[in-house]
Ligand binder design. Structure first.
Ligand code: AMP
Length: 211
């Protein structure tokens, strides 16, 4: 069963998604990471995507959906997927759902829920590893990554203006998309510590996904 992961920026969606994917053997498809890779390319499209991401705006549907479609076409039918960062709008949800149907894939949606105040606090204080992109909250005091020793930096789009733009886009575009999944939606409280949220996620997902 595929998983469609939702959560306001800073909800811990990426971190919880990684733990969930590892526990149940899912492959992660993360549009933010795919687009950041594209943004590093020295091409007109690469530069355009970079400028959109740095402002916190949404990349045009056509670009995103081409990446998703390509991924789905290459996907083995017996590999389960965790979608992180897609869909971000009703339009993307409709396209993704028709791709999932076309490929005969079953899915549920998972929402890691936090309030806007928590999102702002977490995003303005978090750092990421320049090298492996591991995310570190404010209470991690070291200057280097625990996993690879890389330098810790602030993500280019983790400035107050871009954060607010991303949160506004989430409220305006993504919340209505989540509504479309309300019959297959599992909501998990994202306010406690990461370890606690992981525990909550495993508790609800184990009965559904553990063989
Ligand atoms: P994220 O890492 O999920 O916070 O995504 C970083 C940025 O990538 C977003 O602020 C958008 O600019 C872009 N992005 C990621 N996923 C999508 C998507 N599904 N549709 C449009 N833009 C996206």
């Amino acid at each position: 069963m595929d998983l469609i992961f939702f959560g306001m920026q800073g909800a811990g969606k990426g971190t919880i998604g990684e733990a969930v994917a590892e526990r149940y053997g899912h492959k992660i498809f993360e549009t933010g990471a795919e687009l950041r890779r594209l943004a590093q390319e020295d091409s007109e499209l690469g530069r355009k995507v970079k400028s959109i991401i740095d402002k916190g705006k949404l990349v045009p549907n056509k670009v995103v959906m081409e990446i998703v479609e390509d991924f789905m076409n290459k996907l083995s039918p017996d590999k389960e997927v965790l979608f992180d960062g897609i869909p971000r709008s009703v339009k993307q949800a409709k396209t993704l759902n028709s791709l999932l149907d076309k490929h005969d894939r079953d899915y549920i949606a998972v929402l890691i829920k936090i309030v806007e105040e928590t999102a702002l606090k977490r995003l303005t204080t978090r750092r990421i590893c320049k090298n492996c992109k591991e995310v570190y909250p404010a209470d991690y005091k070291k200057e280097t990554c625990e996993k690879c020793g890389g330098e810790l930096i602030t993500r280019a789009d983790d400035n107050v203006e871009a954060i607010q733009t991303r949160i506004d886009a989430y409220k305006k575009e993504t919340l209505p998309a989540i509504e479309l999944y309300k019959d297959k939606l599992i909501t998990i409280d994202g306010e406690p510590s990461i370890e606690e949220v992981k525990k909550l996620a495993f508790e609800v997902l184990d009965p559904i996904l553990k063989d």
